[in-house]
Design a protein around this ligand. Structure first.
Ligand code: ADP
Length: 256
């Protein structure tokens, strides 16, 4: 093998290793963000005396923990955007395993308990009447999808609203949906909603914190499973995101 060939091979290997690293950062940061967010809202419940009064000394320590958690959240958000600038999501490795999707939905909803309580937006899981077939999917990636959709549904809802998550077993695929009664998506902006860094005007007004990366990542993950994502939305009435996952993903789908 001549010197040029050797360098090319080394370069390819380095690229592959870099992709694996980016994949790992992407998944870990999403997981970290959800856990930090769950902690934030639980601490906020203590600070707001939702569980009853606390001493001023306890409040002081609680506040320190809250502030420190906020700093970590900011850091994790930065890591997420930097990692995305390398389009890591397009090169992620997928690990398909046969699993039950229902416990995964339960777990993700549980992580939003504190946030849903504080924002007064209930998250309801409409369980299917019969068990859903086991099928092959990448659990960590589908977890990220559910986190993104539920996080958005809460974020773009108003106090007193409810978010409804449902799962349907339909022949060769599983269909999941996340429905809210929130701000909706303006008709002229609908076509851009899955674009990287895009945020609709009403979303920016409602909540100035957002990266416009969640739906971009979500769509890539679903498509890499051979599934599709779509939505229905009425401005001021609410939005429902649907996504399908095939029960038999083809091997080629996972390797992008
Ligand atoms: P963000 O961090 O801004 O929430 P996303 O990529 O998750 O980024 O979403 C992109 C944009 O899609 C949002 O800024 C918002 O305009 C719109 N959007 C997503 N989910 C909803 C929803 N449930 N209700 C209304 N608008 C939504």
């Amino acid at each position: 093998m001549d010197e040029l060939e050797k360098l090319k091979k080394e370069n390819e290997e380095l690229k592959k290793m870099n992709d694996i690293k980016s994949d790992w950062i992407s998944i870990s940061t999403h997981g970290l963000r959800t856990s930090l967010s769950a902690t934030k809202w639980i601490l906020k419940m203590f600070l707001d005396k939702d569980f009853g009064s606390i001493t001023s000394e306890q409040e002081g320590f609680m506040k320190k923990a809250y502030d420190s958690n906020e700093r970590m959240l900011a850091l994790v958000n930065d890591m997420l955007s930097v990692n995305h600038t390398q389009d890591a999501v397009m090169h992620m490795q997928y690990h398909f395993e046969e699993a039950d999707i229902l416990p995964l939905v339960d777990e993700v909803i549980f992580d939003f308990h504190g946030e849903s309580f504080k924002k007064k937006v209930g998250v309801i899981f409409l369980r299917p009447p019969t068990p859903v077939a086991l099928f092959k999917f990448d659990k960590n990636k589908v977890c990220v999808v559910l986190q993104n959709l539920i996080e958005n549904a809460i974020k773009y809802s108003n106090a007193g609203d409810s978010v409804i998550v449902s799962v349907r077993d339909q022949e060769d695929k599983i269909i999941l949906s996340v429905k809210d009664n929130g701000i909706g998506i303006p008709p002229v902006e609908k076509e851009h909603i899955f674009e990287k860094f895009f945020r609709a005007t009403n979303a920016k007004e409602k909540d100035d914190i957002g990266s416009g990366l969640g739906l971009y990542t979500t769509k890539s993950i679903i498509e890499n499973h051979g599934g599709t994502i779509w939505f229905e939305s009425e401005i001021g009435q609410g939005t429902t995101f649907f996504f399908s996952l095939p029960k038999s993903p083809t091997e080629t789908v996972a390797t992008v």
